[in-house]
Design a protein around this ligand. Structure first.
Ligand SMILES: [Zn+2]
Ligand SMILES: [Zn+2]
Length: 143
C-alpha cells in the first residue's frame, strides 16, 4: 500500500509540485480504482475537508496529463479514473449496473491488436472494452 511519501515521490517524479489536494486525489484514485469524479471528491473531502469541485477536476486533469492517472470513459458512463497506468490492461463493463473491472492484456504491449487496415495511421494503442453482466447482475437476472 503506497504511503503519503510514495505519492509525494510520484508527484515529484513527473515534476508536479506536491500539494495536499494532489496527494489526496492521487491517494483516492489509488484506493478506489475506476471511481468517478463525484466519488473521488467525496473521498478527498473526508480527508481534507471542504475542497471545490473545480479544484478536484483541475488536479485530476493535471495527474492524467502527467501520466500518473489514467482516465477511461466507456460509452454511456461518466469518466472514471485509475492509478494503474502503463500496462495496457483492458476493462470489462457491466451493461446493467456499470461496474468496471480490469482485464489483463493477454497479448502484450500496446497496441495489442493489429488493425486490419491502419489507413496510414501510426497506431500506438488499442483500447478494448468487454461488455456483459457482472456476477451480481447476472445472478439477479437468473433467479
Ligand atoms: Zn452489474
Ligand atoms: Zn483499470
Amino acid at each position: 500500500m503506497p504511503t503519503t511519501s510514495d505519492f509525494e515521490r510520484m508527484l515529484r517524479g513527473v515534476a508536479l509540485r506536491v500539494t495536499r489536494p494532489r496527494v489526496a486525489v492521487l491517494s483516492a484514485v489509488h484506493d478506489h480504482p475506476h471511481a468517478d469524479t463525484d466519488s473521488i471528491i467525496g473521498v478527498v473531502r473526508e480527508n481534507l475537508g471542504e475542497v471545490s469541485h473545480q479544484a478536484v477536476y483541475d488536479v485530476l486533469r493535471a495527474l492524467t496529463t502527467a501520466g500518473l492517472v489514467r482516465r477511461i470513459q466507456p460509452p454511456g458512463s461518466v469518466a472514471r479514473y485509475e492509478s494503474r497506468v502503463g500496462d495496457n490492461h483492458h476493462h470489462v463493463v457491466c451493461r446493467s449496473c456499470g461496474a468496471i473491472a480490469d482485464v489483463d492484456c493477454v497479448v502484450g504491449e500496446a497496441p495489442c491488436l493489429a488493425a486490419s487496415d491502419d489507413h496510414g495511421f501510426v497506431i500506438d494503442e488499442a483500447e478494448i472494452i468487454y461488455w456483459g453482466f457482472c456476477p451480481t447482475c447476472s445472478t439477479a437476472a437468473s433467479s
